[in-house]
Design a protein around this ligand. Structure first.
Ligand code: COA
Length: 536
C-alpha cells in the first residue's frame, strides 16, 4: 500500500482564500437544507400541528427511525426554483434510515405543502426513491397524507412513464421481488394518495385523521349526488372493519409509527454484508483541507491527488498504471473499511486515459469491487492528432466498460464536468447507484464561456455570409445572456433541483455518505457483468 504524499501548504494565501470561499459555499448548502427542512408556509404548518394536532413530517421520521440512525436524503433540494412553483423538497421527503436496525427507504408526503399533492418533481422524486429501493432491495415505508396529483400541472404528472403512474408500476415490481412495503395513512389521502397504500403489503391508518378514498366527499357529491362524510367514506374504522383496505388502527401519529416499527420487526432475516470490511482508518490529513485545495478560480485546475489523500482510509492508495494515461487516476483504496476502485480525473481525457479506465473497470468487475467516479473533467481531447489516434473508439471503449459494469457505481462531481466527460464519468444517464456532487460541482454540455464563444462564432459566420460585421461590444452583448444561462444551468443546485443529482454534500460528509451507500450495496446479491463489444 502506498501513501499519497500531501503537497498542501495550509499557510499559502491561495489556500486561505480558497478555504474562505468554500466555507461560504458550505454555509449556502446548509441554508438551502434548512429552507427545505422547514416545509410549507407557517400558516399550513400551524394548521397541521395546532388545528389538527398532527406531527410535522420530519418529526414523524425522527419517531420512526432508531435513535441515532443517520438519515441519508435523496432529492433533499429537488424542486427549488422550478418554473411551475414547486416548493423546495417537492412536497415529499425521501431517504434511507434504520428501523429496528434494518435499512429502509422512507417516503413521506409533506402535507404542509399544497396538501401534500404531487407536482411533476414530486412524482420524479418518489419514483427515484423507489428505483433506489429496488436497486438496494430496501423495504419501503411510506407515510401518506396527500391530495394526489397537483391538478394544474397534469401534463407533467399524469400521461407519461416516470410520472405518477410509475409509482404504481414500481410498487408492483417491488412486491413481486419480495421487497416489503408498508404504508401509514396519517391524513387525507385522495385518488393516487389512496392507491399508494392500497398497493402496499400492510397498511396502518390513524383514527380520526387518516382518510383514504379515490374521490373525497365533495367529488362524490358532485359526481353522484351522494352526501357522505369523511369517516364513512374513508375513515379508519370503515377501512379496517368493512373495506379491508387498511389493516391496523392507530390512535395517533406516534402510536401509528410504533405499529410500523413493530411491523418492520417482522420483515424476516436482514441481508448480510457480502464484502470483507476492514476497520476504518482516518485519512492522514484533515478532510477540511479540501476547502482550501479546490480553486475558487475555476480556470485553475485543482490538485486532485491532494483531495484523494484526504478522503481515503489512511491516505492509502494503490495506484493502477500510474505512468500511463495520467489524466485519469485509477486505483484501489478503502473508505471506512470498504474497498473501492476509484477513477478520478486529472485533466482532459486522452485515448490512453480512456483505455486505462476501461482496463481498470474490467478488473473491478472481475473482483466485485464497487466503482467510485470522481468527476472533474473538461471533456475528451479534440483535434486531428486525437482523432487520428482513435479518441472516439477509445472513449467508446471506456463508455462501454462503465455502462456495462454491474458492480455498484457512485459518481461524485467535485469540479467542472463537461460534455462526454460528464457522461463517461458515469453521469446520470448511466444510472449510478447514487449521483452526488459537492457545492463546487458543475456539469453541462460545455463550460459557459465555451458555449457563449461557440454561439458567437456561429453568429459571426452568418454575419460574414450576409456581408455584415459586429464590434466587440455587440459580440459581448450577444454572448452575455448565453453565458449567464449556462452558468445558472451548470450549477450544482440546478442539477439537484431537477434531480439530476441525488444530493449535494459537503466534502466533509463524503466519507460517511459513501460508507452508508457502500454498506447498502454490499447487502445485495452480486450481479455479474456482461461487457458489450469493445471497438479495437
Ligand atoms: N391539486 C392542486 N392543489 C391542491 C390539491 C390538488 N390535488 N390539493 C390541495 N391543493 C392545494 C389547495 O388549493 C391549497 O392551496 P393554497 O395553499 O394555495 O390555498 C393547499 O393545497 C392546501 O389545501 P387545503 O384544502 O387548504 O388543505 P387541507 O389540509 O385542508 O386539505 C386536501 C388537503 C388534500 C384534503 C384537500 O385540499 C383536497 O381534498 N384536495 C383535493 C384532493 C383531490 O381531489 N385530488 C384529486 C387528485 S386526482
Amino acid at each position: 500500500m502506498s501513501i499519497i504524499p500531501s503537497n498542501v501548504n495550509g499557510q499559502a494565501s491561495s489556500f486561505i482564500h480558497n478555504k474562505e470561499h468554500y466555507l461560504t459555499l458550505v454555509k449556502d448548502l446548509q441554508a438551502r437544507r434548512k429552507r427545505a427542512h422547514l416545509g410549507g408556509p407557517e400558516k399550513a404548518r400551524l394548521r397541521h400541528t395546532e388545528s389538527r394536532g398532527q406531527i410535522l413530517p420530519r418529526e414523524r421520521i425522527r419517531l420512526l427511525l432508531d435513535v441515532g440512525s443517520p438519515f441519508f436524503e435523496l432529492g433533499e433540494l429537488a424542486g427549488d426554483n422550478l418554473a411551475d412553483g414547486t416548493h423546495i423538497g417537492a412536497s415529499l421527503i425521501t431517504g434511507v434510515g434504520l428501523v429496528n436496525n434494518r435499512q429502509c427507504m422512507i417516503i413521506v408526503n409533506d402535507a404542509t405543502v399544497k396538501g401534500g399533492s404531487y407536482y411533476p418533481m414530486t412524482c420524479k422524486k418518489h419514483v427515484r426513491a423507489q428505483r433506489f429501493a429496488i436497486q438496494h432491495r430496501l423495504p419501503c415505508i411510506t407515510m401518506v397524507q396527500s391530495g394526489g396529483a397537483y391538478l394544474p400541472e397534469q401534463e407533467g404528472i399524469f400521461p407519461d412513464e416516470g410520472m405518477f403512474g410509475s409509482i404504481f408500476v414500481h410498487q408492483v415490481d417491488m412486491s413481486a421481488q419480495g421487497i416489503p412495503q408498508i404504508a401509514i395513512v396519517m391524513g387525507s389521502s385522495t385518488a393516487g394518495g389512496a392507491y399508494i397504500p392500497a398497493l402496499c403489503d400492510e397498511v396502518v391508518i390513524v383514527r380520526g385523521k387518516g382518510f383514504m378514498y379515490l374521490g373525497g366527499p365533495q367529488l362524490v357529491e358532485a359526481a353522484t349526488g351522494e352526501k357522505v362524510g369523511h369517516e364513512e367514506l374513508g375513515g379508519a374504522e370503515m377501512h379496517t372493519r368493512d373495506s379491508g383496505v387498511a389493516d391496523y388502527i392507530a390512535e395517533d401519529d406516534a402510536h401509528g409509527l410504533s405499529i410500523v416499527r413493530d411491523i418492520a420487526a417482522n420483515f424476516g432475516t436482514a441481508p448480510t454484508q457480502r464484502w470483507d470490511v476492514a476497520s476504518s482508518v482516518d485519512p492522514l490529513y484533515p478532510i477540511d483541507d479540501i476547502y482550501g485545495i479546490i480553486n475558487q478560480d475555476t480556470k485553475i485546475p485543482t490538485a486532485n491527488r491532494d483531495i484523494l489523500a484526504r478522503l481515503v482510509d489512511g491516505s492509502h492508495f494503490d495506484e493502477f498504471k500510474a505512468n500511463y494515461g495520467d489524466t485519469l487516476i485509477c486505483g484501489f483504496a478503502k473508505i471506512h473499511g470498504f474497498e473501492v476502485g476509484i477513477l478520478m480525473n486529472d485533466g482532459v481525457m486522452f485515448s490512453e486515459s480512456a483505455k486505462k479506465g476501461t482496463h481498470f473497470i474490467n478488473l473491478c468487475c472481475q473482483r466485485d469491487i464497487p466503482l467510485l467516479f470522481m468527476a472533474d473533467v473538461p471533456g475528451f481531447m479534440v483535434g486531428e492528432e486525437a482523432e487520428r489516434g482513435g479518441i472516439a473508439k477509445d472513449g467508446a471503449k471506456f463508455i462501454t466498460a462503465m455502462s456495462s459494469a454491474k458492480v455498484p457505481k457512485y459518481t461524485l462531481i467535485i469540479g467542472g464536468s463537461y460534455g462526454a466527460g460528464y457522461l463517461a464519468m458515469c453521469g446520470r444517464p448511466f444510472n449510478p447507484n447514487a449521483m452526488l456532487a459537492w457545492p463546487s460541482g458543475r456539469s453541462g454540455i460545455m463550460g459557459a464561456e465555451q458555449v457563449a464563444n461557440t454561439l458567437a462564432t456561429v453568429r459571426e459566420d452568418i454575419l460574414t455570409r450576409e456581408g455584415k460585421t459586429w464590434n466587440d461590444d455587440e459580440r459581448e452583448t450577444f454572448k452575455a445572456p448565453h453565458r449567464k444561462r449556462f452558468e445558472d444551468s451548470e450549477n450544482a443546485y440546478n442539477f439537484a433541483s431537477n434531480l439530476w443529482y441525488d444530493a449535494v454534500i459537503d466534502p466533509c460528509e463524503t466519507r460517511e455518505v459513501l460508507a452508508l451507500l457502500l454498506d447498502l450495496a454490499g447487502r445485495c446479491p452480486k450481479i455479474d457483468t456482461q461487457f458489450g463489444v469493445f471497438r479495437q
